[in-house]
Design a protein around this ligand. Structure first.
Ligand code: HEM
Length: 466
C-alpha cells in the first residue's frame, strides 16, 4: 500500500469476526437484485461513512469488498492488478458485447489494446479536434433562443456523431438515424444490470419486453456495424481511423491472417458503447451544473470567447482552455460517468490483513471517493477552481480522483474524452446562456445505471448570446 502519497491514513476498522472487515449484514437492495437501480450510490456512501475504508458484505454467497480510500484503490488498480480479472458484470456481458476491449481478458485484451492504441494517441486525437469543434458548433443550430432543450439528448447525439466520425469515419446523417442508434444503444445498455442477476443466462432467454428491447437494440447495432465492415472490406484502404486499423491488422498474433469480422465487430460495438454515453453524461452534468452557477458559466464564457473568437474550435485551442478543462473535470468529480470500478479476485491475497478469497468482487466506487470530505473540502460544492493550476491541492492523493480508472484497463478513450469535453463546453458556453427551468431541483437527480446518468435528462432554458 502506498501510504506515502497521502497524509490521511487508511481507516481500517475491526470486523465482526477476524475473517472479514466490517460491513452491513444485509443490503435489501442488493439482495433484491437491484444493485444498479434505486440508490446504490447512497448505500455505498453510507457504508463507507459507517464502516471505514474497507467494507465487506455478501450478495447471495458472493463476497464483496468495497475499497473507500485512494491508497487501497491505487493498489487494486496498479500493484495488485494481475491478481484480478474484469468484474463479473463484464464477464456476463460477453453474451451481448462479445470479446471487445471492455470484456476481454488477457492475453487477448492486451493484444487488442496494443493494436487499437494508435487510434487514441496524442497526434491522432489532435486530428479529431476539428471534428469535435465542428460538431460542437453544429449541435446547436436547431436550438431556438428562449426555449427549453433537453441537453442530455443533445449531448448523446453530439457524442455519437463524434465517436462515429473520428473512429469509424461514419457520417451519421439525419437526426432520426442518430436517435435510432441512440435508442438502440440505450436498450442495449439495459442488458448490463440484468447481467448481474443470478440466473441471468436463463432470464436472457425469456420473452420479456425488456429482453425484446435489448435484442432488438443489438440487432440494429449489429446490422450497422456489419454493414460498415462489409463496405470497407469491399473497398480496402487506410482511412486513418480505428476501423482501418482493425481491418488492416495482421492478426492478433501476427501469424494467422487478419482479424475476423466477429472480432472487429466486437471491438467496434464496444467503442461505440463505451465512448458514447459516458462522455455525453459527463457533458450533460457539466452543462446542468454551469446553469446553476452563473458566475462559473460567465467565467467559462469569457475564456471561450477570448480564445475562440467566433471561429470553429480546433485541437490547438484545447491547451488554451484551462477553465473549460477544469469545469469538465469538476463535473466528473461530482458525477463520475463510471461511478464504480469492479474487479474479480482470481488469486487470493490479503488487503489490510484480511484474506480476499478467489471469486470475491472488489469495488472501487468513484462516486464515494470523489465526494469524500477527507480529500475534498466542502465536497458537494461545484468548484472548478479545484482543478485549475493555481487551485490544485498538491497534498491530495492521486487516486482521490480517477474518473478514467488506471493501470492496464485505464480508459483508452481518455484523451479523446478530455478534448471532447473541453472543446464542446467552450463552444456551447461561448454561444449560449443556459439557465435552469423554474422549480428545477438544485441537485441534478441521478440514475446510477451501468453509467451514472441524469435521471430526468438535463432540461435547460437556452438563450443565444449576442
Ligand atoms: C468522460 C468520458 C469517459 C469516461 C468517464 C470513461 C471511463 C472509463 C473507465 C473508468 C474505464 C475503466 C473501466 C474499468 O477499469 O473497469 C473505461 C474503459 C474504457 N473506455 Fe472509457 N470513458 C470515457 C470515454 C471513453 C471514450 C470516448 C472511449 C472511446 C471512444 C472509451 C472507451 C473505453 C474502452 C474501450 C475501455 C476499456 C479499456 C480496456 O479495458 O482496455 N471511453 N472508461
Amino acid at each position: 500500500m502506498n501510504t506515502a502519497t497521502t497524509t490521511v491514513p487508511v481507516d481500517i476498522r475491526p470486523g465482526k469476526s477476524n475473517a472479514y472487515p466490517p460491513g452491513p449484514p444485509f443490503l435489501p437492495r442488493l439482495l433484491s437484485g437491484r444493485l444498479f437501480t434505486g440508490t446504490p450510490t447512497t448505500n455505498m456512501t453510507a457504508a463507507a461513512r459507517e464502516f471505514g475504508d474497507l467494507v465487506h458484505f455478501k450478495v447471495f454467497d458472493r463476497h464483496i469488498y468495497q475499497f473507500n480510500h485512494p491508497d487501497l484503490v491505487e493498489d487494486l488498480l496498479i500493484k495488485d492488478a494481475a491478481k484480478h480479472s474484469r468484474g463479473i458484470v463484464m464477464q456476463r456481458a460477453k453474451v451481448v458485447l462479445g470479446e471487445g476491449l471492455l470484456t476481454s481478458e488477457e492475453p487477448l485484451h492486451m493484444r487488442q489494446r496494443r493494436l487499437m492504441q494508435p487510434a487514441f494517441l496524442r497526434q491522432r486525437i489532435a486530428a479529431y479536434g476539428e471534428v469535435i469543434g465542428q460538431n460542437a458548433a453544429d449541435i446547436s443550430t436547431n436550438w431556438r433562443s428562449g426555449t427549453v432543450i433537453d441537453l442530455h439528448t443533445e449531448m448523446l447525439e453530439l457524442a455519437l456523431r463524434i465517436v462515429g466520425k473520428c473512429l469509424f469515419d461514419l457520417d451519421v446523417q439525419s437526426r432520426e438515424e442518430v436517435l435510432k442508434i441512440s435508442a438502440a444503444v440505450d436498450a442495449f445498455m439495459g442488458f448490463l444490470p440484468l447481467a448481474l442477476l443470478p440466473f441471468s443466462t436463463l432470464i436472457q432467454r425469456l420473452p420479456l419486453p425488456a429482453m425484446r428491447r435489448i435484442h432488438s437494440g443489438k440487432a440494429q447495432l449489429d446490422s450497422l456495424i456489419y454493414s460498415m465492415i462489409r463496405e470497407r472490406r469491399a473497398a480496402p484502404g487506410d482511412r486513418g481511423d480505428l476501423l482501418s486499423m482493425l481491418l488492416n491488422a495482421t492478426d492478433t498474433e501476427g501469424n494467422s491472417g487478419s482479424m475476423t469480422d466477429q472480432q472487429v465487430h466486437d471491438e467496434c460495438l464496444t467503442i461505440m458503447l463505451a465512448g458514447h454515453e459516458t462522455t455525453a453524461n459527463a457533458l450533460s452534468f457539466a452543462l446542468g451544473l454551469i446553469a446553476q452557477h452563473p458566475d462559473i458559466q460567465q467565467r467559462l464564457h469569457l475564456e471561450a470567447a477570448a480564445v475562440l473568437g467566433s471561429r470553429t474550435p480546433t485541437a490547438d485551442d484545447y491547451p488554451r482552455l484551462p477553465y473549460a478543462h477544469a469545469v469538465f473535470a469538476e463535473a466528473m468529480r461530482l458525477y463520475p460517468p463510471v461511478w464504480v470500478t469492479a474487479r474479480t479476485c482470481e488469486v487470493p491475497y490479503q488487503v489490510a490483513g484480511f484474506d480476499i478469497p478467489k471469486g470475491a468482487v472488489l469495488l472501487a466506487p468513484q462516486f464515494v471517493i470523489h465526494r469524500d470530505p477527507r480529500f475534498w473540502p466542502d465536497p458537494l460544492r461545484f468548484d472548478p477552481q479545484r482543478f485549475t493550476p493555481e487551485g490544485k491541492d498538491p497534498a491530495r492523493p492521486r487516486f482521490a480522483y480517477y474518473p478514467f480508472a488506471a493501470g492496464s484497463r485505464q480508459c483508452i478513450g481518455e484523451g479523446l474524452a478530455w478534448m471532447e469535453g473541453a472543446l464542446s463546453l467552450a463552444t456551447i458556453a461561448r454561444d449560449w446562456l443556459l439557465t435552469p427551468t423554474p422549480n428545477a431541483p438544485t441537485n441534478i437527480p441521478i440514475n446510477p445505471a451501468i453509467s451514472l446518468r441524469p435521471k430526468n435528462g438535463v432540461p435547460l432554458q437556452v438563450h443565444r448570446r449576442p
